[in-house]
Design a protein around this ligand. Structure first.
Ligand SMILES: Nc1ncnc2c1ncn2[C@@H]1O[C@H](COP(=O)(O)OP(=O)(O)OP(=O)(O)O)[C@@H](O)[C@H]1O
Ligand SMILES: [Mg+2]
Length: 383
């Protein structure tokens, strides 16, 4: 799937912007603070409901206004007949999503409609950063390929919030300990399918990741991913009672700390390079290569599971990579689907065999113009 046009109103610094977009590679070039990231952030918000920068919807509204609006027309196989129009309006704290101009879409059903892989500079630290970032990356890809996973995750998050509130009440002596029993049951009901799915997924994904990683490093490193669950597996129904006892055993600790210590919200993924922890022993470049391989692996798994190319967003990532890695990333991403790349200038754009791209110049006032024929890059008019 690809985005063929987008309209932004009162979204961050874009008061009223409409862009016709190329189905392949689009470059957004402009000075710092001009609003390049804001444009690709809007694409992510429209297709997933979340800002990849972690911003709340309120922060996306143009300062001084009370709402924002984004709409996008998505094409499939260049056929007009199968176009999908999505609109998202967020006004006075209320979000409304529409498909085809009328049908309401619930936020939870939005994710996965238009597959997306985004790559922001923060993602380069997926290996050495907190487990939180790794779980978020895993959730985002699994939510897109498995609606049941998304539903279990939503219910699990609600249950966790309730259980943590109950732990505080128990610590204050306002409820008795057995009031936690139903929350433990719910935690396993929604949590175990999450663990099972993560386990299955990572078993398949590690092969894809390892192959890509080996390609980027010219076969000099072997790599793999390993699921590090917080609740010891297996996670099938037959182990329900054992895991319930596990939760009971850690309950006293939970009450003292005031939060649930065991569950999929504490899971992690380990990256291994040549059988050693990449986080502990990997060089900066090796860790970044793993991050790139993880993202390219997301593209591949979405392609396999959804039978369609995801839209890729690349925010200022090329300048953070050496030329070889930047080239390899671009080559992979531009092979098939649609890709958006933001950059302040063309310095970090590969020097030889430059891929064809539609270029948009973003001015310091946030105005966006398709570039005039640019001699340094093969330019394809976006419309
Ligand atoms: N809610 C908002 N309302 C209006 N303007 C905003 C809002 N949030 C951020 N901005 C403005 O948007 C600009 C940042 O835009 P953005 O992050 O897209 O820049 P950029 O072109 O990606 O810059 P860089 O090259 O530095 O990454 C800032 O100048 C900021 O003042
Ligand atoms: Mg930016």
């Amino acid at each position: 799937m690809f985005l063929s046009s987008i309209t932004l109103r009162q979204f961050r610094n874009h008061r009223d912007l409409r862009l016709e977009i190329d189905p392949k590679l689009n470059l957004l070039i402009g000075p710092n603070g001009s609003g390049k990231t804001n444009i690709i952030e809007a694409i992510a918000v429209l297709t997933t409901g979340f800002s990849p920068r972690g911003a709340s919807p309120d922060h996306l509204i143009e300062w001084g206004e009370n709402g924002f609006y984004i709409s996008g027309v998505f094409g499939r196989d260049e056929e007009k007949a199968s176009e999908l129009t999505l609109e998202m309006k967020f006004v006075d704290g209320q979000r409304q999503i529409k498909q085809g101009g009328q049908t309401s879409v619930r936020l939870r059903n939005l994710i996965g409609m238009v597959p997306l892989v985004s790559f922001f500079p923060e993602d380069l630290s997926i290996v050495k950063g907190d487990p939180d970032g790794r779980r978020r990356a895993l959730n985002l890809v699994l939510m897109q390929i498995d609606p049941l996973y998304a539903e279990n995750l939503r219910r699990f998050t609600e249950t966790l919030r309730s259980r943590n509130a109950a732990l505080k009440q128990l610590a204050e002596g306002r409820i008795s300990e057995d009031a936690l029993d139903p929350w433990d049951e719910e935690l396993l009901k929604y949590g175990l399918p999450i663990c099972e799915k993560r386990n299955q997924f990572l078993k398949e994904f590690t092969g894809i990741f390892s192959q890509i990683q080996s390609g980027i490093s010219n076969g000099s490193d072997s790599s793999r991913l390993e699921y590090k669950p917080s609740l010891p597996g297996p996670w099938d129904g037959g182990n329900h009672d054992r895991l319930l006892r596990h939760l009971r055993l850690t309950r006293q600790k939970d009450v003292i700390i005031g939060t649930t210590m065991a569950g999929p919200h504490r899971d992690d993924i380990s990256f291994f390079l040549n059988d050693k922890s990449a986080r502990i022993f990997g060089s900066e470049g090796q860790m970044r290569t793993c991050a790139v391989a993880f993202k390219l692996g997301e593209v591949e798994i979405i392609r396999r599971m959804k039978g369609t190319e995801p839209i890729c967003l690349l925010d200022d990532v090329l300048s953070e990579l050496d030329e070889g890695r930047a080239r390899r990333l671009l080559e992979e991403l531009t092979k098939t689907g649609q890709c958006f790349v933001t950059m302040t200038g063309l310095e970090s754009w590969p020097q030889d065999n430059r891929p064809k791209a539609a270029i948009f110049c973003v001015s310091s006032e946030g105005k966006v113009e398709p570039a005039k024929d640019n001699k340094s890059v093969k330019f394809v008019a976006p419309f």
